[in-house]
Design a binder for this molecule. Structure first.
Ligand SMILES: NC(=O)c1ccc[n+]([C@@H]2O[C@H](COP(=O)([O-])OP(=O)(O)OC[C@H]3O[C@@H](n4cnc5c(N)ncnc54)[C@H](O)[C@@H]3O)[C@@H](O)[C@H]2O)c1
Length: 267
């Protein structure tokens, strides 16, 4: 309770999945959260649902499309108007179409451009609009949602992985360039998390296979990432900057042959 008292937060893509869970947890810790998402009514409904409990913070819904700089600027203005400032910006929207974002030789170049804009360019633009407010207030925390796809190679989603890798490096640049003005910038890198995006994009047998290759025998829930975002938004993480927290059930911690070698323990 109240780990985020008096923090003003903007989360892009907060009407669903991980972003929604992060918004709810932040409100439960006392934050004022702008739920920024494509459809204004949906964002407002999600905010109303979050506000229905007796949490110490509160949520406000706003329309925002992170593909448009005008819309991003309006989102930041709205947060400043509504809350009086911004302490935390979560650049959370991201994704790619796995039917177009394939292996390199079959990669649709239009999808490459779209994914770079959705995942990387939007993170640059929103940070550009939010940073002056944070700097003039003496500091702030930027949290970028990336992915294990930005840490290791995969058989498909080339553009997704490359764009998330760009954001991991951007996280270090923001931390380096504005640390002296009190800005911290960190990332969260989820592995498979049970959200609408995961269910829509991956067949059940692929999700089961990911679980099989995780060190932990589970697939994460949105709250598993949301709590890490609460930590990065709070002053508890005041000495942490430029880092990316990996929350993937141990997928990238273990050798790829660990799963097949597990069988040797049973012989
Ligand atoms: N779910 C996973 O397994 C997983 C794994 C690794 C990384 N991630 C990352 O987590 C983030 C969110 O994933 P999720 O699974 O919670 O997704 P989700 O589909 O549940 O939610 C995404 C939200 O973003 C909104 N959105 C989409 N385009 C937008 C735009 N242009 N402007 C504003 N809002 C927009 C959607 O309306 C939706 O509410 C992404 O950055 C994704 O890459 C997810």
């Amino acid at each position: 309770m109240n780990r985020l008292a008096d923090k003003n937060v903007v989360i892009t893509g907060a009407a669903s999945g991980i972003g929604r869970a992060a918004a709810e947890l932040m409100v439960s810790e006392g934050a004022r959260v702008l739920i920024a998402d494509l459809d204004e009514d949906t964002a407002a409904e999600v905010a109303a649902e979050i506000n229905r409990g007796d949490a110490p913070g509160h949520a406000v819904g706003a329309a925002a499309d992170v593909m448009s700089e005008t819309s991003i600027a309006a989102m930041i203005d709205r947060a400043v108007e509504e809350f009086g400032g911004i302490d935390v910006l979560c650049n959370h929207v991201g994704g790619s179409n796995p039917r177009k974002d394939l292996d390199l030789l079959r990669l649709d170049l239009e999808e490459w451009d779209r994914v770079m804009a959705l995942n990387a360019r939007s993170t640059v633009a929103a940070s550009q609009f939010a940073l002056p407010h944070m700097i003039s207030a003496g500091g702030g925390s930027i949290i970028n949602t990336v992915s294990v796809g930005g840490l290791v190679g995969d058989t498909l989603q080339c553009a997704y992985g490359a764009s998330k890798a760009a954001v991991i490096r951007l996280t270090q640049y923001i931390a380096t360039q504005y640390g002296r003005q009190g800005i911290r910038c960190n990332g969260v890198a989820p592995g498979a998390i049970m959200t609408p995006a995961l269910r829509d994009n991956l067949p059940a047998e692929v999700i089961a296979d990911i679980r099989h290759h995780n060190a932990l025998d589970m697939i994460g829930d949105p709250e598993d990432i949301g709590w890490a975002m609460v930590y990065l938004a709070s002053d508890e993480s005041r000495y942490m900057s430029g880092q990316t927290l990996v929350l993937d059930g141990g997928l990238t911690a273990q050798s790829p042959i660990a799963t097949s070698r597990r069988v040797l323990l049973d012989t």
